[in-house]
Write a protein that binds this ligand. Structure first.
Ligand code: CUA
Length: 332
């Protein structure tokens, strides 16, 4: 939206952009109505009832129950309506559909790094297909950032030490802004990028042109080898660490009697802070990998572990099944 050639509002380029805008403009209109109404009333009543000569005494006015009820009940209804509407939009924004295409983002002073499951890696640029829900799992390598797509009307903080996520479905092919909306140091204002929404067929073409390292999971498999994770985590479950086959989404019993659901956050913690949750029947032998594995490699490792759970991951399969050659094993 432009007023006198000045861009006032970003384009509506995602499925919920219209919902967010409708709510925003409704709240803006209600606020403007009351702000203007009260201001006009203050000025008009001030002029109408101002003191005209000495010795004037104002009329004595007691309470007025119907009036007081009216100005309590009507605003309550209006704000509860805003609350209900806001909650429903928020609910939609915060619940990615199961079939969403997974992309990883890492915030770092001062850039955004994106990784696709197919292996493509981008900095301050993101290519996505139109008409498909996209889920972005976000982490940070240093301080708090915030990943913001104004045209998609969604944003989420990138918080060191944990995963957050957002989702959207872009409708219109085009190029849109990416901003960081959390002050993160000197070059915060320069932490910008662009997201390119492609027609699905163009997106397939784009996918073919990258990912020289193989898929994200294949890169994770190589790391898994390099870090010698497989010495303990053997498939048969007879190793010093639990087998990682088909663990995604399962509930595991822990040494301390509690249980944990195996998800990305659990895998992340188990790699970086390996003593935090010890699976029942195993010794706390695993070293910590804090500081040894970057955020980008961490998501590759997690994707590798997820790929060992074929049943749990079919719902969110990558856009293509790339026929990348088996990754050559590297020696440490
Ligand atoms: Cu990153 Cu502001």
């Amino acid at each position: 939206m432009q007023i006198f050639g000045i861009p006032i509002f970003p384009e509506q380029a995602s499925v919920f952009a219209k919902d967010v805008d409708a709510l925003y403009f409704f709240i803006l209109a209600v606020c403007a109505f009351f702000a203007i109404g009260v201001s006009v009333a203050v000025v008009w009543l001030g002029l109408k009832y101002h003191k005209t000569h000495d010795g004037q005494i104002g009329a004595r006015i007691e309470g007025n129950l119907p009036l007081e009820l009216l100005w309590s009940v009507i605003p309550t209804i209006i704000v509860m309506f805003m609350f209900g509407w806001g909650a429903s939009v928020y609910y939609h924004l915060r619940r990615p559909p199961d079939e969403a295409l997974q992309i990883y983002a890492v915030g770092k002073q001062w850039m955004w790094k994106f990784q696709h499951l197919e292996g493509q890696r981008e900095i301050n640029e993101l290519h996505i297909p139109a008409g498909r829900p996209i889920k972005i799992t976000i982490s940070s390598e240093d301080v708090i950032h915030s990943l913001y797509f104004p045209a998609f009307r969604t944003k989420m903080d990138a918080i060191p030490g944990r995963y957050t996520e957002l989702w959207f479905e872009a409708q219109t092919p085009g190029v849109y802004h990416i901003f960081c909306t959390e002050y993160c140091g000197t070059n915060h204002a320069g932490m910008i990028g662009s997201v390119t929404v492609l027609e699905p067929t163009r997106y397939q073409e784009w996918l073919q042109g990258g990912g020289l390292d193989g898929t994200l999971a294949q890169r994770g498999a190589r790391l898994f080898n390099d870090l010698a994770c497989g010495t303990c985590h053997v498939d048969t479950g007879t190793g010093r660490g639990p087998s990682l086959n088909n663990i995604l989404g399962t509930t595991v019993a822990l040494q301390d009697g509690t249980t944990a659901v195996v998800d990305e956050a659990y895998l992340r913690e188990s790699i970086l802070n390996s003593q935090a949750k010890i699976v029942k029947g195993f010794q706390p032998l695993m070293p910590t990998f804090q500081g040894l594995v970057s955020e980008e490699n961490l998501v590759a490792l997690i994707e590798h572990v997820k790929s060992l759970s074929p049943k749990a991951t079919t719902a969110a399969a990558p856009a293509t099944a790339p026929a990348a050659p088996a990754a050559p094993e590297r020696k440490q």
